[in-house]
Unconditional design. Structure first.
Length: 458
């Protein structure tokens, strides 16, 4: 419940901080409507479309309506996939408007006590602290390896959870040990001739829960001829904070990352998670009114997705092969819509011998993961996922490739929901490419160390 006092404060902040020029740029043409999953899945409700949400924001700014629970609900229902932006003839930066509106509401309303505690733990106590994320991940690893997981399953305790959450427990990756998470490289040498010197943004969950994906990324960079620098003082990108109404904390994390990378003499800063990359590449917008604006611009200019760099270095021309299989690709929304990377992953996949690539209908439509959206908005998320799986099944693919950890888990969840486990798999593109490199003899074995002579404990 938003009180009258809170509504007044929110409205004042909307009028002071929302970009009215950007709001006015929306011509209400409706080009965004066919691209918006929540508009489609809600039965074409205008309030669940980009155009409708912009109209609500503008109405709050103009004092025509109050920022009540209905306005907040409309904004929260948005996936933030930003598929509306590439099709907008006026070039409205809808994602920036959404983040500003959510931040204003979050900073001027009082959440219930339990929600306040959870937000404080997640936003302040967990994601900014990699040591705590490692501890939490190691506890999950203990649960997976100790027999406790088997006991929980046998006792049927997972049945107490909503069906999609119970399935999520089942699809979590086998996480690394505490020792593995703390024994991370700081610098890696290229295989063969050095073509580029790059820095690698490891992320927070990516270097704990999805550490194998990070390792695969670094191995591919080495194979492609990159010297790789991995600064140990980097932190979470801040995307979860920025999307969740904690913009101040997002800015602090951005500054810490800029400091960690700006003194490195590198050609690019490489990411392998579409959600992280999209937030990093917009640090210049996040800090546009800050003393750090120029430093943020310099940082953002160097951000590159792993697939872009591999194509630039002609890795797709390497003779790669896999065992015969049908492959399709699910776009990461932020990788495609914000970083503008859509062709590079497809080039890499299409170049692999044995991988019959089949384009999925609406591959660019959100899968419904959207950070923690599938947890806080499970009904809409599952509707969107069901549509996605219908399209995936039409390709008859046995391998679904994506480029973001949230998308990866969501597609694995879809496979479980459809009863396709054992017949279809979901995999991150770098792990699929590494499989091909191993199959082609570019590496002796799947888990070959990256370069023991330069590994250092962080």
């Amino acid at each position: 419940m938003i009180t009258a006092k809170e509504r007044a404060a929110i409205q004042q902040q909307f009028q002071a901080n929302m970009n009215e020029d950007e709001l006015m740029n929306c011509m209400r043409c409706g080009f965004c409507l066919p691209t918006c999953p929540t508009y489609i899945e809600s039965g074409l409700q205008e309030s669940h479309s980009p155009r409708g949400r912009i109209a609500l924001m503008k109405a709050v700014v103009d004092g025509l309506i109050e920022p009540d629970e209905d306005v907040e609900r409309s904004l929260n229902m948005c996936l933030g996939c930003r598929a509306c932006e590439p099709v907008c003839p006026s070039g409205v930066r809808y994602g920036h408007l959404l983040e500003e509106a959510r931040d204003i509401i979050a900073q001027n309303k009082r959440y219930p006590f339990l929600v306040r505690i959870i937000r404080k733990i997640v936003f302040n106590g967990l994601f900014p602290r990699q040591d705590r994320l490692r501890l939490l991940t190691s506890l999950i690893g203990f649960y997976q390896r100790s027999g406790l997981r088997t006991l929980v399953q046998r006792l049927g305790l997972l049945k107490l959870l909503p069906r999609h959450l119970a399935m999520m427990e089942h699809i979590l990756p086998e996480v690394p040990t505490w020792k593995e998470m703390n024994d991370r490289p700081k610098q890696l040498t290229p295989h063969g001739i050095k073509k580029r010197r790059v820095a690698f943004f490891t992320g927070c969950l990516m270097d704990t829960m999805f550490m194998k994906t990070n390792d695969a990324t670094m191995k591919l960079l080495q194979l492609a001829g990159c010297e790789v620098v991995i600064p140990s003082n980097q932190v979470c990108c801040g995307a979860l904070h920025g999307h969740g109404g904690e913009k101040k904390q997002a800015k602090e994390l951005a500054k810490r990352n800029i400091e960690a990378f700006e003194q490195l003499d590198v050609d690019y800063i490489i990411t392998n998670a579409g959600g992280c990359g999209a937030f990093l590449v917009e640090y210049d917008h996040l800090l546009k009114d800050d003393d750090w604006a120029e430093r943020a611009k310099a940082f953002a200019r160097k951000i590159k997705d792993i697939s872009e760099v591999l194509v630039e270095l002609n890795f797709h021309q390497t003779k790669l092969k896999v065992k015969p299989q049908v492959v399709t690709y699910q776009d990461s929304c932020h990788l495609r819509n914000v970083m503008k990377v859509a062709n590079a992953p497809r080039l890499l996949l299409q170049a692999i011998e044995g991988a019959e690539f089949r384009e999925m209908k609406d591959a660019d439509r959100c899968c419904g993961s959207a950070g923690i959206y599938n947890i806080v908005e499970p009904e809409m998320s599952m509707q969107i996922l069901d549509y996605k799986m219908t399209q995936a099944k039409q390709t008859k693919a046995t391998t679904i490739v994506t480029a973001n950890p949230g998308c990866l888990l969501q597609m694995k969840l879809g496979i479980e929901r459809e009863g396709l486990a054992g017949q279809v798999r979901a995999v991150h593109i770098v792990e699929f490419l590494l499989e091909a490199a191993v199959e082609s003899g570019l590496l002796e074995e799947r888990e070959k160390p990256m370069n023991e002579s330069v590994r250092k404990t962080s």
